[in-house]
Write a protein that binds this ligand. Structure first.
Ligand code: PEP
Length: 242
C-alpha cells in the first residue's frame, strides 16, 4: 500500500499563504509514489486546489451533515466538493474536545461525506487519563464502532489514530504504541480493517520514519510540522524512500 502523508493546517495559511506554501512544496511531490493530502482552512480550499499539483489531494477540515440550511458558520460536504475538496477530516480531537463534537455527530458527518463523494478521514484517539486508566481499547472500539456502519458504504476511507495527549504537545506515541493502537482500530473495523490507518500526534521530519514504517502504520497525519513546505516535503520524501 502507498504510504499516506497528510497535513492538517488547522487555522493557519489563508488563501495567499496556501498558494505560497504550494509553490514551495510542489517540487517535493513525486507523482504516485505516496498519497499526499492537505487539509487547509475552508477559506483556502479553492486557492489550494488551484495551486496544488494534480497528485496532491485537498480536503476539508470540518463539514456539517446537512447539504444546506440555517447553520450559520458551517460548511456542507457538497460545498467543499464544489471548490475541489475530495476528502474530509471528521472527528478531529480539536473538534471533539474544544467544540464538543459527539460520536453521533461524527457518524452523521461521515454519511454526509460519503453522500458528497468525499473520502472520510475519521480521527479517533484517547485522552491521557483514558490511556492511564487502561481504557484505550474501549475508547477506540467505541469511536470506531459508531462509524463502521456508515463506512461500510464508502468506496474509500481512512482512519487516523491520534492520541489526544500527543497532538500539538511535542510528545509522540512510540512506534510500538502506534502499532498496538492501529491493531485495535483494525479489529474494531472488522471486515473493513484493510483501510489505511494513519498515525497523528507531533509527527515531524525527525520522527516520521520510525512511525511511518512501524508495522500496521499506513501513513501519518501531520499538524504543526505540515505548515512548513520544506519540513513537510522532508516527511513526504521519507515516505517515498521507505
Ligand atoms: C493534528 O492536528 O492532527 C496533529 C496531529 O497535530 P500535531 O502534528 O501538531 O500534533
Amino acid at each position: 500500500m502507498r504510504k499516506v502523508i497528510a497535513g492538517n493546517w488547522k487555522m493557519h495559511h489563508g488563501p495567499s499563504a496556501a498558494v505560497d506554501f504550494l509553490s514551495r512544496f510542489r517540487p517535493a511531490v513525486q507523482e504516485g509514489s505516496v498519497r499526499i493530502a492537505l487539509f487547509p482552512p475552508a477559506l483556502s480550499l479553492a486557492s489550494a486546489r488551484r495551486a496544488a499539483a494534480a497528485a496532491i489531494e485537498i480536503g476539508a477540515q470540518h463539514i456539517h451533515w446537512e447539504r444546506s440550511g440555517a447553520f450559520t458558520g458551517e460548511l456542507s460536504a457538497e460545498m467543499a466538493g464544489e471548490v475541489g475538496a475530495t476528502l474530509a477530516l471528521i472527528g478531529h480531537s480539536e473538534r471533539r474536545h474544544l467544540f464538543g463534537e459527539t460520536d453521533a455527530e461524527v457518524a452523521r458527518k461521515v454519511r454526509a461525506a460519503i453522500r458528497a463523494e468525499l473520502t472520510p478521514v475519521v480521527c479517533v484517539g484517547e485522552l491521557l487519563e483514558e490511556r492511564r486508566a487502561g481504557r484505550l481499547d474501549e475508547v477506540l472500539a467505541r469511536q470506531v464502532g459508531t462509524v463502521t456502519e456508515a463506512l461500510a458504504t464508502a468506496s474509500d476511507f481512512m482512519v487516523a489514530y491520534e492520541p489526544v495527549w500527543a497532538i500539538g504537545t511535542g510528545e509522540t506515541a512510540t512506534p510500538e504504541d502506534a502499532t498496538a493502537a492501529h491493531r485495535l482500530v483494525r479489529s474494531a473495523l472488522g471486515e473493513l480493517g484493510g483501510a489505511p490507518v494513519l498515525y497523528g500526534g507531533s509527527v515531524n521530519p525527525a520522527n516520521a520514519g520510525a512511525l511511518l514504517f512501524a508495522p500496521d502504520v499506513d501513513g501519518v497525519l501531520v499538524g504543526g510540522a505540515s505548515l512548513d513546505p520544506i519540513g513537510f516535503g522532508n516527511i513526504v520524501e521519507t515516505g517515498v524512500g521507505g
